[in-house]
Every structure is written in structure tokens, then in C-alpha cells.
Design a protein around this ligand. Structure first.
Ligand code: SF4
Ligand code: SF4
Length: 387
């Protein structure tokens, strides 16, 4: 196994992290996979409060003598924290499920913007974190994030975090926090964990024929998943790449690749292959937005690059997944930033290096992503989350 060092504290973390969200239904199999992973060097396990069975299963397995060999990462859902006492209530439940007295890496789960962080600060989270760190119940604190690059940078700067987690893969090099966000966080000394390295499997299954052909004819035989993982590990700024593993074959393959893939190992030939694949996948993309952010900010609060990114995902990931993502990223936060807020002022268009007709494209986004069920769904989720 290759290891990468957390720049904040010197922790030696396995380049491959075990994502526990998609455990298989057979607990005996899960136990086998977890133990196999630990025996083969994986020392970072990621779960969350909102995956209660996952925390409990991981806790049961680690209690069989493995707890001290691994770092546990789990998460606090900010939307369930209404008052100070909720922090302890949620955290205590997690310690109990995980059968441990401390969490090594504690995330604020899907921290969507600075406003939500400020709300938590008002509730008293700073005092709480400090107390937990003093007692050794929380070792490191960080946040996971889906959203635009500018807000990500603001969040990085909002607190002295030890780590963060972003979505990153070869098709998202310029989406969400993107490469720029990765470099920004790393330059601030944060360990950067990566989620969605295969974009929920969309970079490895049901690919266009031309893409399979490129991988099949490459100078070295590798599966699409191996190529996608290697692309991420090629970044020196990446600390741990999570993979939601749910079969023994997947655990074995990922460990094998993680043991071989080094940072800065790609050659021009490798990059050339990725250019070709990215080009083919990008052709399926409706709006050629690169996520540069030059058009931002919008006076009406539209998150233009995020609207286009989710809209583009419709072709690659399917309608339901893309609309779900669109709601999460533009609407489940204190200030909504969806396409239909656009007042057509046109201020953004002269700044776009891609010459995108932003107003027309946002109309298309509204038509295709904000259908009949959009507003009621958004209303219910926001009500539930008290946003
Ligand atoms: S045209 Fe729409 S998206 Fe562009 S700046 Fe004006 S309100 Fe914002
Ligand atoms: S300026 Fe153009 S390419 Fe850049 S984020 Fe805005 S729409 Fe996308």
C-alpha cells in the first residue's frame, strides 16, 4: 500500500480509503472485506451519521481487535443541529455505534456554504470542537463539500481545518472545487480527501464505445477504473481517495492499484489518452462551461457554473441523478442559486471566455432541471432541514 502524509499532523494515511456508504447486504462478506483491506494496508475508513447501519457494522468489525490499526472518519449532519445539545447527542450516538471513544477525522457533512458554518458558530460549535479536541474525543476536524469553487475557498478560509473532502475525477477537473480548489486547500496545508473518483461508476460503466476502444488499445492494459484512480493519485495534493467498495474483487483490485500508483507518474502519453477520453465524454456535454467562474458573481445569486455542471451531467449520469444533484447543489442551502432566478440582465455573458449564451442556456437548464416536482421537492427538503 502507498501512504500519503497528512500535512497538518503527520498522519500516514493509506492512499486508498474504504468508503463505507455502499456496504453489501451480507455482513459476513463486509467483515471479510474490511479485514482483508486492513491486512493489506488500508487504514482509513469513512462513514457518516446518516448511514447508521454502516457506522454500526464498521464498529462491530473494528471491535474485533482492529480499532487501533485504523483511522475512523465519520460525519456530523449540520442540518440536524438546531441547538448546542444536538452536537453531543449526535456525536455520542456515533461513538456508541462505532464502539470507540474517539473519532480520528470528524467531518461537517456536506457543508454547503459559509452561512451554514456561521449558523453553527452561533450555536456554539467552536467551543464544542475545542472541548472535544481537549478530551481527545475528536482528533481532527474538517468538512465535506459539493458546490462551486468560490464558496469552497471561503469555507477553507473560515476555520483552521485539518482536512476537507471534495468530489474530484478526470471529468470534474474544472467542476465544483476542481483542481484549483484542490491546490488551494493543499496550499493551506489541509489534507484533501477525494470522493466520487469514478463519478458514481459513470466513468467505468456504460461508456461510449469509442472510450472503451481507447482504453483497450492503450499501451498498457488497465481497466477504466484503474485509469480513473491513477489519474487522481497522480496529483501530489491528494491525500486519500475513497472508494465505496462492496465486493471482494473490488477491494482486491483497488488495493493493487493503490499500491502501485504514484504521484507525478503520468507521462505525456498518459495525458494524451485522457485528453481523448475527456474529449469524447465532453462531446456529450450540452454547455461547454469550463467552470472558470469568470461570469460570477451573478447579482441574482445564480450559481452559473454549478447549474451548467448539473445540466451536463444529465447526458452522462441520467436525468434522475442529475436533477437530484442540481437540487442539492443549488437549492438545499440558505440562499438558493438555481437557474430560474436569472433576471436576464446579461451582465455575465461578456465575461465568458467560451462565449456561452448564458441567458439562453439557463433557460434550458430551467426547462430541463426545474420540472413540475422541483419546487415541492425543494420546499419539503428545505423544511426538513430548516433552511
Ligand atoms: S443574465 Fe442572469 S445569470 Fe447572468 S448575471 Fe444576469 S441574472 Fe445573473
Ligand atoms: S464564464 Fe463561461 S465558462 Fe466560465 S464558468 Fe461562467 S459560463 Fe462557465
Amino acid at each position: 500500500m502507498n501512504y500519503r502524509i497528512n500535512p497538518k499532523n503527520g498522519d500516514k494515511l493509506s492512499a486508498l480509503g474504504f468508503g463505507c456508504m455502499r456496504f453489501s447486504k451480507d455482513e459476513k462478506e463486509v467483515e471479510k472485506q474490511i479485514i482483508f483491506a486492513i491486512e493489506n494496508g488500508v487504514n482509513y475508513f469513512d462513514t457518516a451519521y446518516i448511514y447508521p447501519k454502516s457506522e454500526a457494522i464498521l464498529g462491530r468489525v473494528l471491535a474485533k481487535g482492529y480499532r487501533d490499526r485504523v483511522k475512523i472518519a465519520t460525519k456530523l449532519p449540520p442540518y440536524l443541529v438546531k441547538k448546542y445539545e444536538d452536537l453531543d447527542k449526535i456525536f455520542s450516538a456515533e461513538l456508541e455505534r462505532l464502539q470507540t471513544d474517539h473519532i480520528d477525522y470528524y467531518f461537517l457533512h456536506m457543508l454547503t456554504d459559509v452561512t451554514i458554518w456561521t449558523r453553527l458558530v452561533t450555536i456554539g460549535i467552536l467551543k464544542w470542537i475545542e472541548a472535544k479536541k481537549q478530551t481527545g474525543q475528536i482528533i481532527n476536524i474538517g468538512f465535506s463539500y459539493h458546490g462551486g469553487r468560490d464558496e469552497f475557498k471561503k469555507l477553507v478560509d473560515a476555520y483552521d481545518w485539518e482536512f476537507c473532502m471534495i468530489q474530484y475525477n478526470f471529468l470534474d477537473e474544472n467542476n465544483q472545487a476542481g483542481k484549483e480548489g484542490l491546490k488551494y486547500a493543499a496550499a493551506k496545508g489541509l489534507a484533501v480527501m477525494i470522493m466520487e473518483p469514478l463519478r458514481g461508476g459513470k466513468l467505468v460503466t456504460n461508456l461510449p464505445k469509442e472510450v472503451y476502444k481507447i482504453w483497450d488499445n492503450a499501451y498498457v492494459k488497465r481497466s477504466p477504473a484503474e485509469w480513473a484512480f491513477r489519474w487522481i493519485w497522480n496529483h501530489l495534493e491528494v491525500t486519500v481517495v475513497l472508494s465505496g467498495m462492496n465486493s471482494q474483487a473490488m477491494v482486491e483490485e483497488n488495493i493493487k492499484v493503490a499500491s502501485q500508483a504514484e504521484a507525478n507518474a503520468f507521462t505525456d502519453a498518459d495525458f494524451e489518452l485522457f485528453n481523448k477520453v475527456t474529449q469524447i465524454l465532453s462531446e456529450k456535454i450540452k454547455v461547454p462551461c469550463t467552470g472558470c467562474n469568470y461570469c460570477m458573481p451573478c447579482p441574482m445569486g445564480v450559481d452559473i457554473p454549478t447549474c451548467f455542471s448539473c445540466y451536463n451531467d444529465r447526458e452522462i449520469e441520467g436525468k434522475t441523478a442529475a436533477i437530484g444533484k442540481y437540487i442539492m447543489q443549488t437549492s438545499i442551502k440558505s440562499q438558493t442559486s438555481n437557474a430560474s432566478l436569472c433576471s436576464k440582465c446579461g451582465k455575465c455573458e461578456s465575461h465568458c471566455p467560451q462565449n456561452i449564451k448564458i441567458r439562453d442556456e439557463l433557460t434550458n437548464v430551467t426547462k430541463n432541471m426545474e420540472g413540475l416536482y422541483y419546487k415541492p421537492t425543494r420546499f419539503l427538503i428545505k423544511k426538513f432541514m430548516k433552511l
